[in-house]
Design a protein around this ligand. Structure first.
Ligand code: NAG
Length: 132
């Protein structure tokens, strides 16, 4: 019982983390031109996309995974050669710590599909940016 309470408390603390406003604004600005096409294709509304960013809680579902892949490909962060070009992200969202961007780039050898790979990268970035 005591342990259950502690787990609940920890979940509340984790759940209250938020991504700083300036990063959210900057990211949304980057995504804006592509929200229409990616959002329509994968059924992700701009409200959901925004909520995910603010609360750093990307749903681990195929539709969201592929939406995130669509967005970062359109932005040019994920290249045609399946490379994550960190320069692109550093230029477009300058508030993300460079060290975090580097740390979140997936291992080139990992053979995840692009949707999964993109999702993991985004989730890593969001968890690293979220603050109490
Ligand atoms: C990454 O993007 C930058 C800026 O757009 C570009 O100059 C550079 O050539 C790209 N690098 C790769 C490996 O694609």
């Amino acid at each position: 019982m005591k342990r259950f309470g502690l787990v609940l408390l920890l979940m509340c603390i984790v759940g209250s983390k938020k991504v700083p406003q300036r990063i959210v604004d900057s990211w949304i600005n980057m995504v804006k031109p592509f929200q229409e096409v990616c959002g329509k294709t994968y059924g992700i509304s701009s409200e959901l996309a925004r909520d995910v960013l603010i609360n750093a809680n990307p749903p681990n579902e195929r539709s969201y995974q592929c939406y995130s892949s669509c967005i970062i490909r359109e932005v040019g962060y994920l290249t045609h050669n399946r490379i994550f070009n960190i320069t692109v992200l550093m230029e477009k969202v300058p508030f993300i710590p460079q060290e975090l961007i580097r740390r979140c780039v997936p291992d080139a050898a990992s053979d995840d599909d692009l949707c999964e790979k993109s999702y993991k990268n985004l989730n890593c970035l969001l968890q690293g940016m979220a603050e109490d």
